[in-house]
Design a protein around this ligand. Structure first.
Ligand SMILES: Cc1cc2nc3c(=O)[nH]c(=O)nc-3n(C[C@H](O)[C@H](O)[C@H](O)COP(=O)(O)O)c2cc1C
Length: 199
């Protein structure tokens, strides 16, 4: 499976790194776009500076080697409008924006295509491929709510960064894995990041 993953400048960088960790361990090929503010939030919240370190090295340093990594991550800059994932003639199966800032949400809802995150989202929608957005902001104003509605009407699945507590999470990673797992399920990737509710 080949997916596009975008990381933007909303709080919740841990959602991105836990999602990418799972993709690497589940054999998913990831085309990764990190916005400028996405870079900043990865540094501020996770201590991951992608200009100095790979995600794989950061994962080793933070969590140990873990499971074998059969997936891959290919990086693209947010300004690279000539990247292959800017064109619908390229094949990818689905896209996720995790976390998704209100600014990027607005760009997607209005079809701005002003950077590679927005353009790849635009292409994903026009090619009728699954697009999952993980917005994070609180409280939400009417413009933001309207942009969420617009994106949903255009075909995006909205997975707010709202982890559940019925799994009795013990760590921040448990909370983030709940959201990563919900995203993977929408992308059609089987995972064991949390136990399904059994009633
Ligand atoms: C520390 C920090 C935290 C932020 N948290 C959020 C947030 O949770 N949600 C949001 O929509 N924007 C947040 N922002 C603002 C966005 O980063 C800003 O709107 C930026 O232009 C988004 O650009 P991007 O979508 O291209 O990454 C935050 C900014 C900073 C510096």
């Amino acid at each position: 499976m080949r997916i596009v993953a975008a990381v933007t400048g909303a709080s919740g960088a841990i959602y991105a790194v836990r999602f990418l960790k799972a993709c690497l361990e589940l054999g998913v090929r990831v085309e990764l776009v990190v916005s400028d503010y996405g870079h900043r939030l990865l540094i501020e919240e996770c201590g991951l500076n992608l200009k100095a370190e790979t995600i794989e090295a950061w994962l080793d340093r933070t969590y140990g080697p873990g499971r074998p990594r059969t997936g891959s991550i290919t990086r693209h800059g947010e300004g690279e409008m000539g990247a292959d994932i800017a064109s619908g003639s390229q094949r990818w199966d689905a896209m996720v924006v995790v976390p998704c800032s209100m600014k990027t949400l607005s760009g997607i809802a209005h079809g701005s295509a002003s950077n590679l995150v927005e353009r790849a989202s635009d292409v994903t929608l026009k090619e009728r491929r699954p697009l999952v957005l993980v917005p994070r902001e609180t409280p939400l104003n009417l413009i933001q709510l309207d942009n969420l509605r617009k994106a949903a009407e255009a075909g995006a699945a909205i997975v707010p960064a709202m982890p559940a507590f019925y799994q009795h999470p013990r760590t921040l990673e448990d909370l983030a894995d709940f959201i990563a797992g919900r995203v993977l399920a929408l992308l059609g990737v089987e995972h064991d990041l949390f136990e399904p509710w059994k009633g």
